[in-house]
Design a protein around this ligand. Structure first.
Ligand SMILES: [Ca+2]
Length: 293
């Protein structure tokens, strides 16, 4: 190799190294840019969640205001609360508008499954499996499923053999698909403790089920506020709060709250539930098959 050829080779090598370094640097810039955007988006989301929660606490103060005239109404159309990020849309609904899966009549539960699209015999079989899930014994109902049936499906955790603690447990009951769950979730609760439902605040699917089961329900699904009661003691409400951020993004937070008559501790928050996603309409029947925190 001549001297000229050697220097030419060295030049190509140097240029290659420079090229590789340039590409690496460009890659780092792109990576840093996308990381920065991700961090900004995450920060916006966290602020939106904090704002949504703040609006829920504001609603709790409004609902428990000792001055009756100033007290917030509930089961009404969504309202707005000012928050640092802009506005939170708040809905306050009574859990009595939902069917308590632990205390509901079999006939209404069956009608709900039918309203969600199951054939009458499938709906009846699913009621058997729901009851087997929560009854304490291991005696399988006609079309039910007990621990050995769940173990046979490889579900070592088995079933609860006790009352449902969360509506989400339904997803573990044999035969409940994610589509079926998403359809019936807005109709269900584990917090009302009643056999009956106040149909005027119920979701359309539950209204349909109540009608199918022959219950008397108000025509349509008009949400109308009732006069504010002196005490909400013992009642459970779901407060949903939506805050938008960024480009068409929003968070929805829900708190499920039981009110007490104790001025020192006027409410207990049973649960926080959150979701993120594209901006959307919310109402009291919003299906939040979300991530419990
Ligand atoms: Ca059982």
């Amino acid at each position: 190799m001549s001297v000229r050829e050697q220097s030419g080779f060295a030049l190509v090598s140097v240029l290659s190294v420079v090229l590789i370094l340039s590409l690496l640097a460009a890659g780092l810039v792109v990576l840093a840019g996308s990381q920065a955007r991700a961090i900004v988006a995450q920060e916006q989301r966290i602020k939106a969640i904090a704002a949504a929660d703040a609006a829920i606490y504001r609603a709790l103060i409004g609902l428990t205001d000792r001055r009756i005239a100033a007290r917030w109404s509930y089961n009404a159309a969504p309202g707005e609360v000012e928050v640092p990020a802009g506005k939170a849309t708040i809905t306050i609904t009574d859990e009595l508008g939902r069917l308590d899966i632990n205390t509901a009549d079999d006939a209404v539960l069956r009608a709900l499954f039918q309203a969600a699209g199951l054939a009458p015999d499938e709906a009846a079989a699913l009621v058997d499996r729901v009851r087997d899930w929560s009854d304490q014994d291991d005696l399988r109902r006609l079309n039910g499923a007990e621990a050995e049936d769940y173990r046979a499906r490889g579900l070592q955790s088995g079933l609860r053999n006790g009352p449902f603690e969360l509506v989400e447990e339904l997803k573990l009951v044999k035969g409940v698909t994610s589509d079926l769950y998403a359809t019936i979730e807005p109709a269900l609760t584990v917090y009302s403790g009643r056999r009956t439902v106040s149909g005027r605040w119920s979701s359309p699917i539950l209204i349909q089920a109540l009608e199918l089961a022959g219950n008397n329900v108000p025509i349509g699904n008009q949400i109308a506020p009732l006069p504010v009661m002196e005490s909400l003691g013992g009642r459970v409400f779901r407060i949903a709060s939506q805050v938008s951020y960024g480009r068409e993004q929003s968070v929805v937070r829900q708190a499920i709250v039981r009110f007490t008559d104790d001025p020192k501790e006027p409410y207990w928050i049973y649960r926080w539930v959150s979701a993120a996603g594209p901006k959307r309409q919310i109402d009291g029947n919003d299906s939040l098959t979300l991530n419990p925190d």
